[in-house]
Design a protein around this ligand. Structure first.
Ligand code: HEC
Ligand code: HEC
Length: 340
């Protein structure tokens, strides 16, 4: 049984979900939305926890460095496969502070490209980064699926000093998102299994895509080695990108909700509104669901409320597929034009 179809009913529409008082969020007038479990892949904890190996040296393609799994898993002196790909990391990004303020670069990677389960920081406005960390800290930014391990930002946010968050925000805001996602429209998706917080290929064979959006790294091993150059492919139903483009351009609600109104003509961000083009589609999808259910309800998120209030699961899959397939930065757009 691969396709678990268990569901969480959004807390905005039902009050029976066990959320502690500090994690409860405001009731909203949004139409009920059923959060699909498949959008928040979460594997059960491995038992018993294995000590990472400290002998065997691993490599990733085109990198000169070698690390053991123990070094790769060190959140207080993080692996850095490609030092020339980014400026020197400030201490909160490279080392963090024990015991709980893990280094930002451990999860979001030294060049800020991030991983699907945590997201890109490269090129986000610095004030936006600071604001989001504050929202994680005061629990006005949660995940639509309360069981999701994406809630791990809460501990980092409550353990990192404001000064360190500002330093990290400044660093990441100057970097550029360069990764280009591959988005593929299919009727059949390769078989996958859930590893930690992500889908990974599971041998041969396919199964129906069945309305889902499934993002998979080339190899799970390279993802686990925190290789910032591993390519992720996102599988979506046929027609998703064109449908997403229509919704994005016309606005899913009123014309004022067209994505470019606030996120800029190429969806590369405008003032404090974050860029969304070319980012991980599965992450974009979860954010839309987080807004849709009210799990994200910090002060700025109110701007997204009219955008998401009528979105269906299919709308969100289409929007995430379209937005994720757009070129992620001006330089990439320029390069593509030149190359033509
Ligand atoms: C243990 C892993 C981990 C570490 C370390 C970590 N993060 Fe995160 N971060 C996450 C996860 C997971 C999410 C996604 C949460 C969600 O969307 O619900 C996230 C999301 C974010 C976001 C939201 C991005 C967006 O597009 O909205 C920001 C900003 C952020 N982190 C900043 C930081 C900063 C700054 C640091 C260092 C002080 C840091 N993170 C350290 C795991 C981590
Ligand atoms: C009226 C202005 C406005 C419109 C229109 C708008 N957005 Fe947003 N969007 C925002 C703001 C402001 C934020 C930051 C919210 C916050 O800080 O919580 C945001 C955040 C987001 C995020 C989260 C990014 C992250 O880093 O986590 C996504 C995804 C997103 N918008 C997608 C869309 C899509 C897709 C559309 C079009 C269908 C759209 N937005 C239309 C204002 C807008």
């Amino acid at each position: 049984m691969i396709k678990t179809r268990s569901i969480w009913i959004s807390a905005a529409s039902m009050s029976c979900i066990a959320i502690s008082a500090s994690h409860a969020f405001a009731q909203t007038a949004r139409a009920p939305f059923i959060v699909p479990a498949w959008a928040f892949p979460t594997a059960p904890a491995a038992s018993p926890a294995q000590k990472p190996d400290s002998v065997v040296l691993h490599r990733v393609p085109n990198a000169a460095r070698e690390y053991t799994m123990r070094q790769v898993g060190n959140a207080f002196d993080i692996p850095d496969w490609f030092p020339p790909s980014h400026p020197q990391m400030p201490a909160p990004v490279q080392y963090g502070t024990r015991p709980n303020a893990r280094a930002c670069g451990f999860c979001h990677l030294p060049d800020g490209q991030g991983r699907p389960e945590n997201g890109t920081l490269a090129g986000l406005p610095s004030e936006y980064i600071v604001k989001q960390v504050r929202a994680f800290r005061d629990s006005t930014r949660l995940a639509a699926n309360p069981a999701s391990k994406t809630n791990s930002m809460h501990l980092v946010a409550t353990s990192t000093s404001d000064a360190d968050v500002s330093i990290a925000a400044e660093y990441f805001s100057k970097l550029k998102l360069t990764r280009r996602n591959i988005v593929r429209e299919v009727t059949q998706v390769p078989r996958t299994k859930i590893e930690v917080m992500l889908y990974a290929y599971d041998g041969a064979g396919t199964e129906p895509i069945d309305g889902r959006l499934i993002e998979v790294p080339e190899t799970f091993e390279r993802h686990e080695l925190r290789d910032p150059t591993v390519v992720y492919t996102t599988f979506v139903p046929i027609g998703s990108i064109a449908r997403g483009r229509r919704l994005a351009t016309n606005g899913p609600n009123t014309p004022a909700t067209a994505c470019a109104t606030c996120h800029g003509p190429q969806l590369l961000g405008k003032d404090a509104v974050p860029p969304i083009a070319g980012r991980s589609p599965s992450n974009l999808l979860r954010q839309l669901m987080n807004f849709r259910t009210g799990a994200r309800h910090d002060s700025l998120s109110i701007t997204m409320a009219p955008v998401v209030e009528k979105l269906t699961e299919r709308d969100m899959v289409s929007l995430a597929a379209y937005v994720g397939s757009r070129p992620p930065s001006v330089s990439v757009v320029a390069k593509q034009k030149k190359g033509r």
